[in-house]
Ligand binder design. Structure first.
Ligand code: 5GP
Length: 192
């Protein structure tokens, strides 16, 4: 087991509805030392690819992406989930269905912050059905930029997202892939 899998076993809680609760270190209280280890691991896994920007999605992706960005020495852009008075000028948008909130959000990135020559690492906390990732990929495509890789903390391998994204040809590096979890017993199994 790697460091993230060990932490999931120690502090993760399996909820009904295929939800893994990791709010004590990833989604509410944030373990910055753990994020730093994740950054070092992705830096090693993506050492052969060019990356000049990290793209993530609010809210949970931001903290992780910021710590990871220190390892790559690049800026972080995050997709916003709602229109705000602070968003002005032209924007790229994509529709994303939220797995946890069961609603549809528009995700938005200002055109100012993505350029055709950008080589982007996407970072997010979870991969379930892949909607969030497909929204981010759509925004990168609209900008004419390229996806260098995708780093996910926890992939739920029993849901469809991982396979869809890998079949699309993207290099997806998930630090923990959960292949099964049981809300009754709390048991979690990882892909070898
Ligand atoms: P997807 O778009 O791949 O279906 O879902 C990814 C998003 O849903 C992630 O960004 C994450 O915020 C949320 N999510 C999906 N599954 C889980 C889960 O089991 N636990 C938590 N905490 N968040 C999840």
């Amino acid at each position: 087991m790697n460091f993230l899998e060990e932490r999931i076993i120690k502090d993760g809680v399996v909820k009904e509805g295929n939800i893994l609760k990791v709010d004590s270190f990833l989604n509410h209280q944030l373990d910055v030392e753990l994020f730093d280890k994740m950054g070092a691991e992705w830096k090693e896994r993506f050492k052969d690819v060019e990356i000049n920007k990290i793209l993530t999605i609010e809210a949970s992706g931001i903290g992780i992406a910021c710590v990871v960005a220190r390892h790559f020495g690049v800026p972080v852009v995050f997709a916003k989930k709602s229109q705000s008075v602070n968003l002005d000028g032209e924007m790229y948008t994509a529709e994303v269905e939220s797995f946890t909130h069961k609603n549809k959000n528009q995700v938005i990135v200002s055109k100012k912050f993505l350029n055709p020559d950008d080589k982007i690492l996407i970072i997010d906390d979870f991969l379930a059905n892949g909607c969030a990732l497909q929204g981010l990929i759509s925004i990168i495509n609209q900008a004419g930029a390229s996806v260098s890789g995708i780093g996910i903390a926890i992939e739920k391998g029993f849901q469809t997202g991982g396979q869809i994204i890998r079949n699309m040809g993207y290099r997806l590096e998930s630090l923990a892939i959960v292949d099964g979890m049981d809300a009754a017993t709390g048991e979690i199994t990882f892909r070898k």
